[in-house]
Design a protein around this ligand. Sequence first.
Ligand code: NDP
Length: 452
Amino acid sequence: MSPRTTIEDVYAQILARNPGEPEFHQAVREVFGSLDRVLEKRPEYTEASILERICEPERQIIFRVPWLDDAGRVQINRGFRVQYNSALGPYKGGLRFHPSVLLGTVKFLGFEQIFKNALTGMPIGGGKGGSDFDPKGRSDAEVMRFCQSFMTEAYRHIGEYTDVPAGDIGVGAREIGYLFGQYKRITNSYESGVLTGKGVTWGGSLVRTEATGYGAVYFTQHMLATRGQSFDGARVLVSGSGNVAIYAIEKVQSLGGIVVGASDSSGAVHDPDGIDLELLRDVKERRRDRIEVYATERGGRARFVPGASVWDLDGDESVQVALPCATQNELGEEHARTLVANGLVAVAEGANMPATPGAIRIFRQAGVLFGPGKAANAGGVATSALEMQQNASRDSWGFEHTEERLAEIMAGIHERTAETAEEYGVPGDYTVGANIAGFIRVADAMLALGVI
Ligand code: NDP
């Protein structure tokens, strides 16, 4: 980037060179929106074309994933791994298995991951991967054959010191097990540190399953504390009912909050007396069923609204905290307006980019505390880094110790984000704080490593 090239010029180049990837454009736009303040102070970033380099993945791998379904028919999916930036450590980021996954989806997630991982202060670079495979309705044997085929290609590109995938939407303990099994078989080595999110009896870390949801709630606690508030007695809406949502609900309830709604891709449940978490877990985790079954079995005042988003439910009552934990762009402007009108105090993104730019604008104008995903959901990847530490030292830590580490990391992220926002003249703006703090750490490492 020549000294006269502006952020807008770089963004225009990105649009031209990456057509048809709106989520990726949105993620870049959001980060760029925070960076003019830094580039003014640090012209060396512009001279070294850090912006152009940070937006271009180091490597993008796309491959065919053929597998046989239970009827013996050949199925073909597409696999992706985007190795985005390894200035701070091996590429690190999850795999998403969902029919909506395209290259642009993986690039948006990988781009976010660079700054999130930097913000944790841990030695991990950014990457992401996945497939358009839909695990819904597939038997365990089909999921296993798909995972084995995926890994038969992916194993060449990953490794403890190269690239360490984990879970995301559609990839939980079952999928990580099949993926690790195939990696172990092909490479003939028990390289525990190649994947995180493993089962605790075979190299996983305690608290990894809970970490993203718990971490998002810790982050919210710190935000609320800046206004002298807490979860105690707060009414809370959580979207999704997967890994992040379930453990966010658990932590909110343990802190005295009342979670009055949750959802899945089929619709939303309103439960004004507070979600029965055991029942929700039984329906969603153990039975892998639809959330409607929860409302039917719960009875009482619980009701299921087919096709609705959990954010449509808020017309019914006031909530103080919103935790979007399902997927990108799920919470739009209209939702934000209703939430604000009904007394919302704080939002923390358990999911990646769940609030649209318009919704974020409304939250900001209304003075709602807003924790962006890069900061609020970083507890998952931070605990993955703790899993890598345990694997490297052939050790396994207890639950309490690991949870304490997670709590410290989230406190550190909150502090770093808040201090950076203050330093750059936008106190309380966690988005700017997270973007700048993450960017500076990666950019400084990139400068030190030369043009590579
Ligand atoms: P899961 O697959 O466990 O759960 C996802 C939940 O969101 C499910 O309830 C799913 O519904 C719902 N959902 C998914 N897509 C849609 C959609 N298009 N519309 C409505 N609902 C949808 O995934 P996770 O909980 O792991 O991930 C949730 C979010 O958190 C993602 O944005 C992910 O990137 C982010 N994240 C996850 C981390 C982790 O450690 N797992 C770490 C950091 C961020 P259904 O059951 O019907 O599929």
